[in-house]
Design a binder for this molecule. Structure first.
Ligand SMILES: Nc1nc2c(ncn2[C@@H]2O[C@H](COP(=O)(O)OP(=O)(O)OP(=O)(O)O)[C@@H](O)[C@H]2O)c(=O)[nH]1
Ligand SMILES: [Mg+2]
Length: 479
């Protein structure tokens, strides 16, 4: 069909030399390559993927543009032709194919996060000290007894903690956090400025426990109820003007500002995710999280690869998102501090559902023994977690040993828990797993909605209000 196919290097020169006009070009779009045909000479300027600059985010039009820019064609007739070509190409592309949605996938970062991860800290929080009151007297000409005018000190600032999506660990919390002090009062009735409240950002899901009793004092679970006043500032001292009485017109006393509250807390961060992966080391938890979400926990064939929790989001096409948390491996006697201990279970304590990731290819211990051990360790941490919905993700089904063990494992588990066999590494059956997750999530959401409706109390009618104000005599005597 064409006389010659060539990749032209000097496009600018070619266009000038041959004196081509805009009409000489007609775009041809083939399935695999985009060409421009110089119709008079039937030459093809190569605009294929291989010739175009290697830019990952490039579409066809951009590729053309960049390609010509490479040869610095930007002005004059060639510039005009270039613009024409671009619009021709985009038009022809649109007419040739059905418009497709642009499913842009963001590049996943390859850099491993190496920052320090801290999920528990003991902090002493101290409210700001109040400013001192002032002892001062008005100085007026020829008026020796003009009276006291010492101003009050400003109040010290509170220390507050605020849950924030932007903070991911407690690494930046210092052992002592002090609020801003109030300013001292001054002469001429000048009151000191109040200290500003100090707001410290902490990750969403941070708990504040009493240092001595371990009682939970605040739980910053949701961004709506997310501010906790941890220590109040001291009030400012009053100046000597305040103490003036008819009996003592020139008091020489003022108050010191009060010290702010000093309280010790244990601050614990608990990841908020709907599903938590729990399993032995090397079971494939991180591989599974990588396969179903964009999270990038490290995967390797040695135990305890994961040292901190990772959370990934599973996206559904109705725009729903479900968070899945991967935690370090749990082993037998982890509650006796073997391995990395069981403290990491805190991160899956609030999960709607636990996913036991079991490596089916092992035979010593058997997959069923592993499951029992995991349950035992969870029982040691918080027995109520075992009452939640749970599911077994039987992993590594691509291995022959796993296939052999599967039936035995299934019969041992019976109907006590649903089992989903998968291969996280090769993506086998992951779709079924995600559909199951969604079903559990939806059931939970529906339940929560029902509870919310039951809790809702309708506005009392006038009649009910009257009854409430004047309870019947029998009720009064009982109470
Ligand atoms: N054949 C096969 N190998 C898998 C599969 N899933 C994970 N692996 C391998 O198992 C090893 C451990 O995987 P990880 O995802 O790091 O396991 P983990 O449970 O996160 O381990 P820890 O972080 O140490 O608790 C890696 O070498 C993976 O390639 C699978 O489905 N099939
Ligand atoms: Mg891991």
């Amino acid at each position: 069909m064409f006389d010659k196919i060539s990749h032209v290097d000097d496009v600018d020169g070619l266009l000038k030399k041959k004196n081509f006009g805009v009409d000489d070009f007609s775009p041809v779009v083939s399935k695999r390559r985009q060409y421009f045909v110089l119709s008079r000479k039937r030459w093809i300027i190569g605009l294929s993927g291989s010739d175009a600059p290697k830019t990952s985010k490039m579409d066809a039009g951009m590729g053309l543009l960049l390609y010509f820019h490479k040869f610095s064609v930007s002005s004059g007739s060639s510039g005009l032709i270039l613009r024409q070509l671009t619009s021709c190409l985009s038009k022809s592309l649109c007419s040739a194919q059905i418009p497709q949605p642009v499913l842009k996938k963001k590049d996943v970062g390859t850099v491993n996060m190496v920052g320090e991860f801290v999920d528990r800290r003991r902090v002493t929080v101290q409210g700001g000290k109040g400013g001192d009151g002032c002892v001062a007297f008005t100085k007026l000409w020829a008026n020796e007894f003009a009276g006291p005018d010492g101003g009050d000190g400003g109040n010290g600032g509170h220390v507050m903690f605020k849950a924030s999506f932007d903070v991911k660990s407690l690494a930046l919390l210092t052992p002592t956090i002090k609020g801003h002090p109030g300013e001292n009062g001054g002469g001429s009735n000048c009151h000191g400025k109040n200290g500003e409240h100090l707001v410290v950002d902490v990750p969403l899901g941070t708990m504040f426990k009493d240092d001595e009793t371990g009682e939970v004092i605040a739980d910053l679970m949701s961004p709506e109820a997310s501010v906790f006043i941890a220590a109040r500032g001291g009030s400012g001292g009053r100046g000597n003007k305040f103490f003036a009485t008819p009996g003592n017109q020139s008091p020489e006393i003022a108050e010191f500002g009060a010290e702010g509250e000093t309280i010790k807390y244990i601050v614990e961060m608990a990841t908020i995710a709907q599903f938590g992966l729990v399993g032995y080391p090397n079971a494939g938890k991180s591989t599974l999280l990588r396969a179903i979400t964009r999270a990038r926990p490290k995967v390797a064939s040695y135990p305890f690869t994961t040292l901190r929790p990772h959370v990934g989001m599973v996206f559904y096409d109705d725009l729903e998102q479900i968070a899945v948390a991967d935690i370090p491996g749990v082993i037998e006697d982890a509650h006796r501090n073997r391995g990395l201990g069981i403290q990491f279970l805190r991160h899956i304590q609030r999960c709607v559902c636990l996913l036991y990731v079991i490596d089916l290819s092992t035979s010593n211990p058997t997959p069923f023994e592993i499951l029992e051990t995991l349950k035992e360790e969870i029982r040691h941490y918080d027995a109520t977690m075992l009452n939640r919905p749970s599911m077994i993700v039987a992993n590594k089904l691509d291995l022959p040993e796993a296939k052999a063990n599967f039936q035995d494992f299934k019969s041992s588990v019976g109907d006590s828990m649903p089992i989903i066999p998968v291969s996280a590494k090769f993506g086998f059956n992951l779709k079924d797993l995600l559909i199951e997750l969604r079903k559990i999530y939806d059931t939970k959401q529906a339940k929560e909605k029902t509870v919310a409706v039951e809790k809702y109390e309708p506005v009392r009618t006038q009649q009910q209000r009257k009854q409430w104000r004047r309870p019947p005599p029998s009720t009064q005597t009982q109470s």
